[in-house]
Write a protein that binds this ligand. Sequence first.
Ligand code: GLA
Length: 682
Amino acid sequence: MEKNKFRSTLLASVASVTFALSSSSVSARPEGATALPAAPAIENMQEVQFIGRDELMSYQDIGDFEFLYEPDYISALVQEGKLPPIWERLPKRPLVFNGDAMPDGIGRYGGTFRHTIGGRPEGWNWTASQHQGWGGINYTVQECLTRNGPMVRLKSEDSYPLPNLATDWEWDGNSLTMNLIDGAKWSDGDPFDSEDIRFWWEDNVLDENVPTRMNASTMGEGTTLEIISPTQIKWTFPQNEPKLVLHSMAYINGCPGPSHLLKEHHPKYDGNSYDDYTAAFPAGRLPWVSMGAWTAVEYKQDEVVILRRNPYYWKVDSKGQQLPYMNEMIFQLKTWGQRTVDTLAGNADFSNMENVPLYLEAVKESKSDDAQATLAFSGRTMGYHLYMNQAIGVGVLDDQMAAIRDLNRTLEFRKAIQHAIDGKAFAKAMSKGPFVSVFAGGIARDSAFFDPDATSFFPYNPASANALMDGLGLIDTDGNGVRNLPSGGDLIINLVQSKDSENEKLIGDGLATMMAEVGIKVNLKPMEDTEPTRQSGEFDWIMARAQQEYAFPNSGYWSELGPITTSSFEPHLGTDEHPQQLQPFEKEIVSILERWRDGVEGDEAKQLMSQYQKLFTENVYQPGIVQYPTALLINKRIQNLADGMPVLAYQWAEDTVIREQFWVYQDDQLDELFPGRVPGIN
Ligand code: GLA
């Protein structure tokens, strides 16, 4: 094991202090802007122990194992002839997680793993962009060509996406040939092969009528896919070796669904409508079929989703035990706040702690003698942007919305808004602890790519905000305390926010007050699910969690850094009717992202992200509201959690921690809700 200095600074909160002090090129900043002020250090940070790719995992011939293992209840079904023997269920060369790299070693079977989440399943058709419930269900059922999450454990020279359904690949100029896992099966025993990939790509991604996560141009305009054989595919890209596409082939973009089930409902094959296709597999249609370690067998609306081990799972440990170790995974459907509360109380096993108002109490509880969960902070890589919609026409419902779009596209207006945001007041209101800090927008301050010298911060200064808006002719002509638009109406702006978030409640109320102080009336629009609104662009402003893309821009989410496609960046979408009209600085951002996609490394990568940060913050592309750290909370009985796993890096922790290798000592195992149950069999 090696400790890698450069990468451990990613998570070191002290880094932010050094950064802020070292700012030198202040003169280069636009008028009114300063460096980003320092933020206090955070306790309870752990260091990651970095390992090599080959130490973590490999693919090995099934014949190399002297024995193969499965839980007894699965063996019993094999004996009854209800399941084929393990060597027929596993692929020829299963993916092997190396026991030596497991923090607590090779595990034992049994038990149930309990999540509490605020998400709700939409349905099982992720190929048509449905989600199965944010908070971990997606990650449990979707397996993708490559895998990003566990990259955080890898030494920097090995830090590129891990193989998954694609076992290995070779670049040849602008083409990429990938081998698929040979002989793996879906949880109903149907073979997984290149037809699943073809269907996903041709009949979904390339079919403009299907709403997909990946867009036809995400990996470059004109990308093509050729099927070479059932286990080999070949991509051709418009550019030479665009290495970042490997990130895009991971969750949530590159995850095929079971084509043998989906095809029957796809308009191309059965004449159904596209809407019917998307909705053909509602949450209650069970059991669902997946390539995941556990697959869903029971669902009760607003109560629970229960998943049981997939007897065809294609990953094993180095002893030859088929994974996962735990037989059952349950998702209690509650609220995001309850996720943390349940985990602290020992009623759930896992929480990404993001709700800042709970932090102090959580830290206190985790230090008590009978604490149920361990708690570890990662740096300030989370926060909020105020997304100001800069698309002309997209999602515009009336003249008022059109007028706000024009204002959102006006630099002086955006500067005024950033000056009107009092980040320090939020820091106090959200928590008494040292957690929350001001945010200039763009890249998070504890990201390895954050460059303080490239960052322009327009600090809280209502006088400047007022002067800028006066200068734009936004004057309160009727004396009602609200500025008027040039057309005469009041300057009223709708702000969409998520209902079930302590953070967003506090921030929304605060923003409404701060904006009122400078003569803008903000109407808050809390929603259960903001996703449809974000995707349709029907908003003036929306509160956007600044997440992994800003922490680690080389994650699968890099295309959300700017309007590089017509659908990847919510505050500037494009449609056939209303194509994107990029402002000059946005064009520069897009060309940076295109170079990023084409694969840059080391210093060049850092420089590119500095240029991005300079453009983003000088132009106040999307104002920053606050930044804060997150912490991972995991029940103490869970074995094989590696140190320092961030809540959010290349992916969310649900992917990063490799839940399929979690296990629990027998005495600590909780009773399974459906012992003996096998999806699709009994
Ligand atoms: C939501 C939660 C995150 C994480 C993701 C996983 O966004 O807020 O903490 O659990 O879901 O999809």
